[in-house]
Design a protein around this ligand. Structure first.
Ligand code: FCB
Length: 469
């Protein structure tokens, strides 16, 4: 008989999406332009793809919620589009923009699905970028104003909130690497953007607390990458230290300890005078939080290589090469490394005074091709998700306070600079007619949710969890 690795009672099983990646309907609600509209219009996404239709979720939302209900999901993590709610990025709100999210929350609650709101998942209003974007301190203040609008509209019914999704991406990929909107390659701007994203988080925590009932849980969503050396020279180990600093510690330390790591600041001094860090900022950034979301996709494997990262998302660290490890890659080349999820969970729980953790995103892209009947037999995605669930189970058994798991993503969607060429959904979207078809992984996941666990122990997974982990 195959036993089941059972998760703690009340463990939250969900899926995640983000506004720009699925909504479309950019012409509705008086929505203003975002930096991703501009980036796509400049031809900087794959094949010029943009979010104008995406998965048409703005129009099809009730059906998508019904689909989640059919899968038995307990929770849905979505983001609110700042340009839909506040078209200019400042000033008055769009009543119909806010109404869309009110209706979404109503639909979810009616079906017993817990909403989890992310306030910023990268779609910065273009007028704010025109005024300098995240490298400008003003943007953090505007973000806090916007947080108040959303909290007023949804605060009576939404319990769990995340301020910002993966601030590393909009700061480093957006302002240093040039890979994400707004596509700048200015290391000093990226370092400033990172700080102002963190400051925006801290300001928004206060705003949310002021508007929400005491029972609300507020946090941030970060994207840890365990970093491993390729080679063992001192320079290789220093490359690990640098990438770990920018990918992991420069977010954890300010949010959870109220300071930046000294070595990271030293690295940044080669590109920035750091004058954007004002007295009192770190107290603001480290306001206590009730939850920490982690998005996990893969590890980094790095070595010293002069000039290899000269123009890159690693400001102040120009000499690092990234190796592709020898594991089955997914269709965007990311390796499958479930132990990295275990390591990331255990690290933040062990090294930091971390609040309860949630895996806010985990998923993989595969070349999902429907068969003649429209079925998508994505066993590769099941083979990806299952060991990651085992890694979570193992982390819980080892004492990590992990409370939920959100698969990225409910639907195939606009994968940023890669446009529609990467499919991450557990539900297939036919972009010609917007037909949704649950893939085999969706049906498998529904089984996991129903069983509150994953079947069949693998070696070393241990037995059931202790009663009160
Ligand atoms: C994460 C993002 C999400 C999606 C996945 C594949 O970094 O948060 O929007 O792009 O990667």
């Amino acid at each position: 008989m195959v036993s089941i690795l059972t998760f703690p009672d009340g463990f939250l099983w969900g899926v995640a999406t983000s506004a720009y990646q699925i909504e479309g309907g950019l012409d509705l609600d008086g929505r203003g332009p975002s930096i991703w509209d501009t980036f796509a219009a400049e031809g900087r996404t794959r094949d010029g793809h943009d979010g104008s239709i995406a998965a048409d979720h703005r129009r099809r939302m009730p059906d998508d919620v019904a689909l989640m209900s059919d899968l038995g999901l307990a929770s849905y993590r979505f983001s609110v589009a700042w340009p839909r709610v506040q078209p200019d990025g400042s000033g008055p709100a769009s009543a119909s923009g806010l109404d869309f999210y009110r209706r979404l929350v109503d639909e979810l609650l009616e079906r017993g699905i817990e909403p989890v709101v992310t306030l910023f998942h990268w779609d910065l209003p273009q007028p704010l970028e025109d005024a300098g974007g995240w490298p400008e301190r003003q943007t953090a203040l505007r973000f806090a104003d916007y947080a108040a609008l959303v909290a007023e509209a949804l605060g009576d019914r939404v319990t769990r909130w995340s301020t910002i999704n993966e601030p590393w991406c909009p700061s480093m990929l957006g302002y240093a690497g040039g890979i994400h909107a707004p596509g700048r390659t200015d290391p000093a701007a990226a370092v400033g953007a990172a700080h102002h994203l963190l400051l925006g988080h801290g300001l928004a925590v206060d705003v949310l607390r002021a508007h929400l009932p005491a029972s609300a849980e507020v946090g941030i969503t970060l994207n840890p990458y365990p970093v491993h050396p390729v080679g063992s020279s001192e320079a290789d180990l220093d490359a690990v230290r640098r990438i770990d600093g920018i990918a992991n510690r420069m977010w954890y330390d300010p949010v959870l300890r109220g300071c930046y790591p000294d070595d990271v600041l030293d690295d940044f001094r080669s590109v920035s005078d750091l004058s954007h860090i004002h007295a009192g900022d770190l107290e603001q950034i480290s306001r206590p939080i009730d939850l920490l979301g982690l998005n996990y996709y893969r590890c980094y494997h790095v070595s010293y290589s002069p000039g290899a990262s000269a123009v890159s998302e690693w400001p102040g660290s120009p000499d690092v090469a990234f190796a592709a490890p020898d594991h089955t890659p997914t269709s965007n080349g990311w390796a499958v490394e479930p132990d990295g999820l275990y390591d990331a969970l255990v690290r933040v729980a062990r090294d930091y005074d971390a609040p309860p953790l949630f895996v806010h995103e985990i998923g993989a892209a595969f070349d999902d091709v429907p068969d003649a009947t429209g079925r998508v037999d994505d066993t590769d995605r099941i083979d990806f998700l299952e060991p990651h669930l085992r890694a979570c189970h193992r982390a819980i058994a080892d004492g990590v306070d992990l409370r939920g798991f959100y698969v990225w993503s409910l639907l195939d969607n606009f994968e940023w600079a890669e446009g529609y060429t990467q499919r991450f959904g557990i539900v297939h979207v036919d972009y010609d007619n917007q037909v949704r078809t649950p893939k085999a992984s969706a049906l498998w996941y529904a089984g996991v949710v129903a069983a509150n666990g994953v079947g069949g122990p693998a070696p070393d997974d241990g037995e059931a969890l202790p009663k009160d982990p």
